[in-house]
Design a protein around this ligand. Structure first.
Ligand SMILES: [Ca+2]
Length: 114
């Protein structure tokens, strides 16, 4: 693997680990196993994240490994439900950053399981 690819992979994994706290997600009375507004796909398993077209493109391009995606998923799944929320934000959809086309915005689902 070239040095540039190693740097790109590290950047991708770091980006995958960017976790935004779901605003008010843990408020009492909220439904369990749901995602913040805008994360319309609902809670997803690591297999679903791996099957995401952006993940598939990143794997095909060799910028991240399946293990890297699984590690990123595990770091986001703080509540251990095996599900997280993913979306492509406008910023990511229009990003000119290197590998921006592969990134997903990930947050943990707001299950009451903690
Ligand atoms: Ca979770």
């Amino acid at each position: 693997m070239t040095r540039i690819k190693k740097i790109a992979m590290a950047a991708l994994v770091a980006a995958l680990m960017l976790v935004a706290a779901p605003a008010g997600a843990q408020a009492a009375g909220k439904p369990v196993y749901s995602c913040p507004s805008g994360f319309d796909g609902g809670p997803q398993t690591v297999e679903q994240i791996l099957a995401n077209p952006r993940s598939q493109a990143a794997l095909a391009a060799g910028v991240v490994s399946e293990a890297g995606i699984r590690a990123g998923f595990a770091s986001v799944d703080k509540n251990g439900t095996g599900r997280i929320c993913a979306k492509v934000s406008y910023g990511l959809a229009t990003s000119n950053k290197p590998n921006g086309q592969y990134l997903l915005n990930l947050v943990d689902d707001n299950s009451s399981v903690r």
